[in-house]
Design a protein around this ligand. Structure first.
Ligand code: AMP
Ligand code: MN
Ligand code: MN
Length: 321
């Protein structure tokens, strides 16, 4: 499939590369690496994310250089659209309005991908989409500089929780080592993502801890962030920190769920598991997607109802075990 994609890239003159809404590190890394890499290869490119970028990712210089908003997508008609790290068309926001008239290639590592492109390269054995982008650029023989190596490594680092999650396999270390050899600066990535927290995030964590609820002998933990909780600290919805990782890190917890209100009455539900629970199945049933140990969905149901439905589904799986 990679070779078919390389053929399509060679044929196209102008290429749009788009990522998913509520962008994460793998998303901004994949969009900017492919955009910059294909520019180096001689193509006219534009990188698009139809959503606001969280503050901690905005700080990467390459985000400002290579990622544009949807208005820019409309102004840049292209022969080919390449979607990265998005498992379904609704995940790309308004970019899906442009699909009808162009060829669409999807490059993604989510098992829940709905194969919505004309050509789909979906491989859940990759820990990050950034590694699949690396394969494409390798196939085109694009020469890396330190900037491209750092932006490409960002997605590998963030989607593996900085080489800690169960998806951290030999390939992850091989690809990371290769990028470091090409000049990637891992400390720049760790400093921006991990060592750069506004104090307000810790104050909000205190409130999230107050709202924690435990179920099934403390194997399930849930909490929430409502708009009034973030307004208190002047935190924007796009900058709600990923507290679900803090909840999962607790001793004895198998499943952690955060309900984050991103706009009035609409919650993004982030789920994580530690050893065996497949949260992607629940996310998929609820209209979202993701990976076995990290998945999510959105809903406009009232918070208490949403918590009850989600908990019921999680508890069912525990009962069947
Ligand atoms: P999050 O909890 O938002 O950090 O997302 C965890 C994983 O689930 C990531 O791989 C996301 O791409 C995926 N994901 C989150 N929300 C959705 C959604 N609404 N639809 C599909 N995949 C999602
Ligand atoms: Mn992502
Ligand atoms: Mn990813």
């Amino acid at each position: 499939m990679r070779d078919k994609i390389i053929e399509e890239i060679k044929k196209a003159d102008t290429i749009m590369i788009a990522g998913h809404i509520m962008p994460d590190g793998d998303d901004i890394s994949s969009v900017s690496s492919l955009t910059y890499g294909l520019t180096m290869y001689g193509k006219k490119t534009v990188g698009i994310i139809d959503d606001e970028i969280p503050e901690y990712l905005e700080e990467f210089k390459f985000v400002k250089k290579y990622i544009r908003d949807f208005d820019c997508a409309k102004k840049n008609p292209s022969d080919l659209i390449i979607i990265v790290d998005a498992s379904s068309p609704d995940r790309v926001g308004r970019v899906q309005e442009l699909f009808e008239y162009r060829r669409v290639i999807v490059i993604d590592h989510h098992a829940t991908n709905t194969n919505f492109g004309n050509i789909n390269w979906i491989d859940p054995s990759y820990a990050s989409t950034a590694q699949m982008v690396k394969e494409v650029l390798k196939g085109l023989d694009v020469k890396y500089n330190s900037e491209l190596a750092t932006m490409n490594l960002t997605g590998i680092a963030t989607d593996t929780g900085f080489f800690r999650y169960s998806n951290t396999d030999q390939k992850v270390f091989r690809d990371a080592a290769d990028l470091i050899e090409k000049g990637a600066e891992l400390s720049k990535i760790t400093n921006s993502v991990l060592e750069n927290k506004p104090i307000e995030n810790l104050l909000l964590l205190k409130d999230v801890i107050d709202e924690m609820e435990f179920y099934n002998d403390n194997k399930i933990v849930i909490s929430h962030v409502k708009l009034d909780m973030i307004e208190k600290y002047n935190i924007l919805p796009k900058d709600i920190p990923p507290f679900v990782g803090d909840l999962r890190s607790l001793k004895g917890v198998e499943v952690a769920v955060m309900f984050n209100e991103h706009e009035k009455g609409v919650f993004h539900v982030s789920m994580r598991s530690k050893e065996w629970f497949d949260v992607s199945k629940i996310a998929f049933e609820m209209g979202g997607g993701g990976h076995p140990r990290a998945a999510g969905f959105s809903s406009d149901k009232p918070l208490e109802e949403l918590k009850n439905i989600t908990l019921l589904k999680i508890k069912e799986v525990f009962e069947k075990k």
